[in-house]
Design a protein around this ligand. Structure first.
Ligand SMILES: *Cc1c(COP(=O)(O)O)cnc(C)c1O
Length: 392
């Protein structure tokens, strides 16, 4: 069956739920065993990785339905749901790293991956991180050390949107025995199939496009059967338990991703192309535009673009930028993109990037194109640019 068909069917069990289409929300902490023999069997099954209902923390049928659907969406074999995207990133890394190991992290990664996971958590436990140039491709070979256990990719990168040559990076990583972990949030899992491009572990902030309605925090880690025990063990050790209500919202959001993302794509491209023509704009950072670094890899490896992109302006004062952003009607300031609504936030890549340093002096923003009518969005942007350039 094709992907869109599977997205609407996988993880459903009406035969087990009175014919009800959607798996209900099972809330649980305690699970009762009828006998010691049953308890013994449950222990054995858990050790052997059999997906079952053992204890609330290890998931209920609601959790498992979401996990099955996300694994299918991404073309992976196994998935585990966790309480946030950042939790998924932490689990995907600690599963493969220990004291004395080395991690290669793309320099354009989501900032909390850098500041919280690498520079706080992993550093405390003696794992060293090197930030590599996202455009390095097979040049990654020179950065891989004897003790490099993980190469982490995020494509396109947060804020600056460079698209990585993931197959080339994965080839070199695998030659040296390193695992490739990807943050695949931007594509929604819908426009990029990680396991067809050499990725071993795909993590998502399901909070974004999978939930899709700005009303739940959720993460997923998808991988192969061979690597899943390590991921599951890390998730168990960390004590993560994704809430059943949020798993339900994730699954409910996922069912309509094939309808939502093309609209986000269409409006995102309309806005990006319009902005690229405006005199206030220095550069638009959108993987589907030929000016985007790695655009050729996006064309080769992705099947579409989502609604998130960046804009770099010519040099304007912080006051002018605030006049623009504060006055927007349809683009409120907010972080968690991927919902149905448009958003705008100022970005500060100069303070985050070191390899290579950020070349632009003008202010920059990130836009999420929502499901509103694009004519209204462009009118709002038009007024915003007037406030930015002081001509309003
Ligand atoms: C938002 C985001 C995350 C973190 O997800 P949360 O659910 O907010 O923890 C991770 N990676 C990327 C690329 C994101 O945009």
């Amino acid at each position: 069956m094709k992907k869109d068909t599977r997205i609407t069917t996988t993880g459903r069990r009406p035969d087990k739920n009175f014919g009800i289409v959607n798996p209900p929300v099972y809330h649980a902490s305690t699970v009762i065993y009828p006998s010691m023999a049953a308890l013994d069997q449950a222990h054995k099954d858990r050790r052997n990785g059999v997906k079952g209902v053992y204890y609330g923390r290890t998931g209920t049928p609601t959790t498992h339905a979401l996990e099955d659907a996300v694994a299918d969406l991404e073309g992976g074999e196994c998935c585990v749901a966790v309480p946030s995207g950042l939790a998924a990133i932490a689990a995907g890394l600690v599963a493969f790293l220990e004291t004395g190991d080395h991690l290669l992290m793309t320099d354009n990664v989501y900032d909390p991956t850098k500041s919280r996971v690498c520079e706080d958590l992993l550093k405390k436990f003696g794992v060293e991180t090197t930030y590599y140039d996202p455009m390095t491709g097979s040049g990654i070979a020179d950065a891989i050390k004897e003790n490099t256990k993980v190469v982490f990719v995020e494509s396109p990168g947060s804020q600056t949107f460079e698209v990585q040559d993931i197959p080339a990076i994965a080839k070199e990583a695998h030659k040296k025995g390193a695992v490739v972990v990807m943050d695949n949030t931007w594509s929604g899992g819908y426009y990029f199939q990680p396991f067809e491009h050499g990725v071993d572990v795909s993590v998502h902030a399901a909070t974004k496009y999978i939930v899709g309605h700005s009303d739940a925090m959720l993460g997923t880690v998808t991988t192969t059967e061979a690597l899943f025990p390590k991921i599951k063990s890390a998730v168990n050790s960390l004590g993560y338990a994704a809430a059943p209500d949020d798993c339900y919202l994730g699954l409910r959001g996922l069912r309509s991703i094939a309808a939502r993302l093309p609209r986000h794509q269409e409006t995102g491209l309309l806005l990006a192309n319009w902005l690229a023509e405006q005199p206030e704009v220095e550069r638009v950072l959108h993987p589907a535009l030929p000016s985007c670094p790695g655009h050729e890899f996006w064309k080769r490896d992705f099947t579409g673009s989502s609604g998130l992109f960046g804009v770099v302006f010519k040099e304007f004062s912080p006051k002018a930028l605030a006049a623009m952003i504060d006055g927007m009607e349809l683009f409120p300031i907010g972080f968690s993109w991927g919902g149905y609504e448009s958003l705008m936030v100022p970005t500060y890549p100069a303070g985050m990037r070191s390899n290579p340093p950020w070349p632009h002096k003008g202010p920059s923003i990130r836009i999420h194109a929502g499901l509103e009518d694009p004519d209204d969005l462009i009118k709002d942007l038009e007024q915003g640019l007037k406030r930015l350039s002081g001509t309003s």
